[in-house]
Design a protein around this ligand. Structure first.
Ligand code: G1P
Length: 302
């Protein structure tokens, strides 16, 4: 049976994006023409996911509303002769069944995934973090590659990994390869947000995972770790310690991860997506070029 289920944790408060994310979910922030979470769902649909469980929390109902079929809006567009805009709502009809559950206490990413257990049951599943897009306009098929690896090798976990600058390793789960790091390789260990002195590599966990249901047994036994939270990384580590196979799949350059978890990366993602917009990209590029040239002499922020 191929992997059809994805769990998308969206319960995090987005405190690094205040005041922007105070009363709207960070996953609903616009990047170019779409909210972040729509790119995530479209990426998963292209990779074969047909059932999707959001693990939500307080203040996240806008996400549920976004994926509803809005009959009133459709009727309004028809009545007012704006049929051409119906295409913008085509995503509502994607061949996906949506499920929602709540993380009722903020105990960390591992705990959020554990909240999915009753709905997922004993089948394999994808985890895709709702605040990270892979590839420009989310065109990446890395999740498909990960599912294929999972099925071919009998691994219990496959994680996406990306090369990050040395100074950034303290922000990520960091992989320890077993024998060298090819495109796909086996992990000997994973360390959540290592201190600078104990950096085993610069390969960071990149927001996409495929798991067998064994991960739930590990999560249930995982004690709070970094920042007092139940860490998904620690549960994967437990799988490795049990002798289970855990693989890493490296993101290629064109599959780079866009994360909106802080303002710097959010601004960069917005600019990159807007510059690649088929209708507005060219004009925006021109505008930026002129603006940068004009402000080189008199910087507006000084
Ligand atoms: C989480 C994971 C971390 C991973 C990161 C990006 O961290 O705990 O291992 O590298 O997502 O996918 P967070 O961004 O929630 O601090």
């Amino acid at each position: 049976m191929t992997v059809q289920m994805a769990v998308v944790p969206v319960a995090g408060r987005g405190t690094r994006l205040l005041p922007l994310a105070k009363s709207q979910p960070k996953e609903m922030l616009p990047v170019g023409r779409k909210p972040v979470v729509q790119y995530v769902v479209e990426e998963l649909a292209r990779c074969g996911v047909s059932r999707l469980l959001f693990v939500t929390g307080p203040g996240k109902t806008a996400i549920e509303n976004h994926f509803d079929i809005d009959a009133e809006l459709i009727a309004h567009l028809r009545e007012t002769g704006k049929e051409e805009l119906l295409e913008e709502l085509a995503f509502e009809r994607a061949d996906i069944e949506y499920f929602y559950t709540r993380q009722r206490r903020q105990l960390g990413l591992g705990h959020a995934v554990l909240c999915a257990k009753a709905v997922v049951g004993r089948e394999p599943f994808v985890v895709a973090l709702g605040d990270s897009m892979i590839g420009l306009h989310a065109q990446s098929r890395v999740v498909r590659v990960m599912i294929d690896q999972f099925e071919e090798t009998g691994a219990d976990a496959v994680v996406a990994l990306e090369e990050v600058p040395l100074e950034d390793v303290v922000r990520y789960g960091i992989a320890v390869p077993r024998d060298g790091a090819a495109e796909v390789f086996e992990l000997a260990d994973l360390i959540e947000k290592p201190a600078m002195g104990e950096v085993p590599s610069t390969l960071a966990v990149a927001a996409r995972y495929v798991f067998s249901p064994r991960i739930f047994d590990c999560l249930a036994r995982t004690a709070p770790g970094k920042n007092g939270e139940i860490q998904l990384t620690d549960a994967i580590r437990m799988l490795i310690q049990q002798g289970r196979k855990v693989l890493g799949v490296r993101l290629s350059a064109e599959q780079r991860r866009f994360d909106i978890g802080n303002f710097q990366s959010y601004f960069e993602a917005f600019v990159d997506f807007a510059l690649a917009d088929p209708q507005c990209g060219r004009a925006l590029r021109e505008h930026l070029r002129e603006w940068l040239a004009a402000t080189e002499e008199a910087p507006p922020c000084s």
